[in-house]
Design a protein around this ligand. Structure first.
Ligand code: ZN
Length: 329
């Protein structure tokens, strides 16, 4: 695995709707290795490897965008008031470090509360300004910040970073495209999508345009292997790629699930079954496009999703690369 590419993809600033820097990193990595590489109106990066004409058209999708906060206003003391971009649990952001596209840094505070979790409207971002004017000279209303990129290696196999959802899947998808043989039967269309976190918006238009015979999304999924969890999810870190059965956006096409499990068994790729009672992913948009597209999802198990500490196991990442590569073959 090209760890430098992984770090570069993880480090790119890219809240929903502002994915340009991540796109540039992936574009540079794929240039010269695929038959075409284009950015559509929405900002999706679409990489195509042509088939020999006898196969099917397979669409892969992983999303480049990351959750963030958008500036609504600044108060007279210079604290920024914000709204969420994507699904944010406000409590998880308190005391975190954030960064804007122009490099302005901030830390997240919250109005004091005696009882219960804070909401996003009770958060503020402290960028060191001392008045409203000073704050709005540093950032503008509508500017978005994301959790500051950083990485920690945890033990031999694990790595933690804020943008794992879903940059780890962008990395998997890029590695699959870079490892394709010279000639392929199937046409493989890899979409690095935008605005997934705000409702699968990039994948919705891309799926219509690509018109695939088969859709496979790659995304992270929640795990049940940490102490005292409310819902005991069936997935664990280090036990392989997860084959999604369902989440809130789709019930995966049974024949696609069966194909993934068969390929995994034949090739000794470790996999586990996933049922996610919340969340959604790009496959939900692909499956419902036009007259319907058989669709499935290869997931990477991830702890602490939508926090600064999103943690994955590199053995699961390797298994996901192998499984997606087997599916497009
Ligand atoms: Zn995601």
């Amino acid at each position: 695995m090209n760890m430098q590419l992984l770090y570069d993809i993880l480090a790119g600033y890219g809240p929903s709707g502002c994915e340009g820097r991540v796109r540039a990193v992936i574009e540079r990595a794929l240039e010269g290795h695929v038959d075409s590489l284009e950015t559509d109106v929405m900002g999706n990066l679409i990489a195509v490897k042509k088939g020999d004409g006898t196969g099917r058209r397979i669409m892969l999708s992983s999303h480049m965008d990351h959750i963030g906060l958008a500036v609504i206003d600044a108060d007279k003391h210079g604290f920024l008031r914000v709204c969420n971009v994507g699904g944010i649990r406000a409590q998880k952001l308190i005391s975190g470090h954030v960064v804007f596209e122009n490099g302005v840094c901030g830390v997240v505070g919250a109005d004091e509360k005696v009882k219960g979790d804070v909401t996003v409207s009770e958060l503020y971002v402290d960028i060191g300004a001392q008045s409203r004017e000073e704050a709005l000279s540093m950032v503008s209303i509508g500017d978005m910040c994301v959790m500051q990129p950083r990485f920690s290696r945890l033990g031999e196999h694990r790595i933690a970073s804020p943008a794992m959802d879903d940059r780890i899947a962008c990395f998997v998808q890029a590695e699959v495209m870079l490892s394709l043989p010279e000639k392929t039967r199937n046409e493989i269309v890899a979409v690095f999508s935008v605005q997934e976190e705000v409702g699968l918006r990039g994948a919705t238009t891309a799926a219509y345009a690509v018109n695939p015979d088969l859709g496979i999304a790659i995304d992270v999924t929640g795990v049940g292997d940490v102490p005292k969890v409310a819902t005991k999810l069936p997935v664990s870190l280090g036990k392989g790629a997860a084959v999604k059965i369902m989440d809130r956006s789709l019930i995966c096409t049974p024949s696609v699930v069966a194909m993934m499990e068969k390929l995994a068994e034949e090739r000794n790729i470790p996999v586990q079954r996933e049922v996610l009672p919340y969340g959604g992913t790009d496959a939900g948009a692909i499956q419902k496009t036009r007259g319907g597209v058989p669709s499935g999802v290869v997931s990477i198990p991830c702890r602490y999703i939508h926090s600064e500490a999103e943690t994955v196991d590199l053995r699961d990442v390797r298994a996901a690369i192998e499984l997606v590569a087997a599916c497009v073959e």
